[in-house]
Design a protein around this ligand. Structure first.
Ligand SMILES: NC(=O)c1ccc[n+]([C@@H]2O[C@H](COP(=O)([O-])OP(=O)(O)OC[C@H]3O[C@@H](n4cnc5c(N)ncnc54)[C@H](OP(=O)(O)O)[C@@H]3O)[C@@H](O)[C@H]2O)c1
Length: 333
């Protein structure tokens, strides 16, 4: 077997996306240092079961707001995948959270979200600079591009588009504000410090879970399968498979010519289309009964990422693999 690559550090290694990034890196024979907030917490047990984990994965304690913990986690790594960031879910106490299809993006508070996302990202990048990391790949979000009152319905959003951070703050859309400010500051910092920073902006991430906890975007699909609401908004979603996002991040790390930001988005779908697709394979779950039409649709282009060599799965594959993983985890009982 060829010698191991890396080491590389993955922040937020135990989360939905972080776990798949660790899985992919281990399968590609990287030495991986994953940061978690409490290495003794049983919720990270799945990471230790991944192929190659016993020899090539080390879990270290780090918090985004604790700079020294980040420096020691990143020290000696040639690359960093900065995945960690708070993603609000409807389990966050918030009166608005009771509505299934109020996008989870509208939940959370400025204190919970902005500080760890923005200061946390800068802390990670400063630690990368201090420890001479070669490239940092930062996970941003479609939320950093789409939330701008100037966009027209017919416009296809590309990497030149930024959400309007002031508008996000004024409308208390703290998640969008957090991702927009974190990504723009990350790119600015990279330029000013001479650090190679590449950002990847996924849209709604669905697909199989490796972790035992339920993250925000997974909860959305679980609710669709279980809640049986009389009426939900027929919102428009831009969806990408979690495994394809992990591939995009590793591609952005490995390709020497990768630079700037990359939209990572595969399928453009209304909620009702997703439900119809699920019903074909799984007719017996408790789906929403009716849909209210809402005027809300934007398209995004992943051309830049595809030119880098990125390919993506079909939506039925994503949905079926997601449901099978939820069944295995007991989420649909
Ligand atoms: N899911 C989506 O639809 C979606 C779409 C676009 C972009 N994203 C981005 O993808 C990334 C991963 O999200 P996810 O969906 O995988 O969510 P997730 O499962 O909730 O993972 C978030 C991770 O961030 C870590 N974290 C949060 N605050 C932290 C702090 N102060 N210090 C250290 N770690 C902290 C959490 O660590 P603990 O394990 O300690 O809680 C967790 O591992 C985020 O950057 C998110 O903005 C997600």
């Amino acid at each position: 077997m060829s010698s191991a690559k890396g080491p590389v550090c993955v922040t937020g290694a135990g989360g939905f996306l972080g776990s798949w990034v660790v899985h992919l890196l281990l399968s590609k024979n990287y030495l991986v240092r994953g940061t978690v907030r409490d290495p003794l917490d049983g919720k990270y047990a799945h990471l230790k079961q991944l192929p190659n984990a016993s020899s090539n994965l080390e879990l270290v304690k780090a918090d985004l707001l604790d700079y020294p913990s980040l420096v020691s986690a990143i020290q000696g790594c040639s690359g960093v995948f900065h995945v960690a960031s708070p993603v609000p879910s409807s389990s966050v106490p918030n009166p608005q959270a009771s509505s299934l299809f109020l996008p989870f993006l509208l939940l959370g508070s400025s204190v919970d979200l902005i500080e760890p996302a923005v200061t946390g990202t800068l802390n990670v990048l400063k630690a990368c600079n201090e420890t001479k990391v070669k490239r940092a790949v930062v996970v941003s979000s479609g939320a950093a591009l789409i939330m701008n009152p100037s966009w027209t319905d017919s416009q296809v959003i590309d990497e030149s588009c930024w959400s309007d951070a002031e508008h996000c703050r004024a409308t208390e859309n703290w998640y969008c504000a957090s991702k927009t400010e974190a990504e723009s500051k990350a790119l600015e910092y990279g330029k000013a410090a001479g650090l190679d920073v590449v950002t990847v902006c996924p849209n709604l991430i669905l697909g199989p879970i490796l972790q035992s906890t339920v993250n925000a975007s997974t909860l959305l699909l679980v609710k669709l399968l279980k809640e049986g609401k009389d009426m939900v908004d027929n919102r428009h979603f831009l969806v990408v498979d979690v495994r394809d996002v992990a591939e995009a991040l590793v591609l952005a790390y490995e390709k020497p010519d990768a630079q700037g930001r990359y939209i990572c988005s595969s399928h453009s779908m209304h909620v009702k289309d997703i439900v119809d697709m699920l019903k074909e394979k799984y007719p017996n779950y408790n789906y929403p009964k009716n849909f209210t039409e809402v005027h809300q649709k934007k398209e995004m282009s992943s051309d830049k990422l595809q030119k880098l060599g990125w390919r993506y799965r079909s939506l039925p594959e994503t949905l079926v693999d997601a449901v099978e993983s939820y069944k295995k985890a007991g989420l649909l009982d």
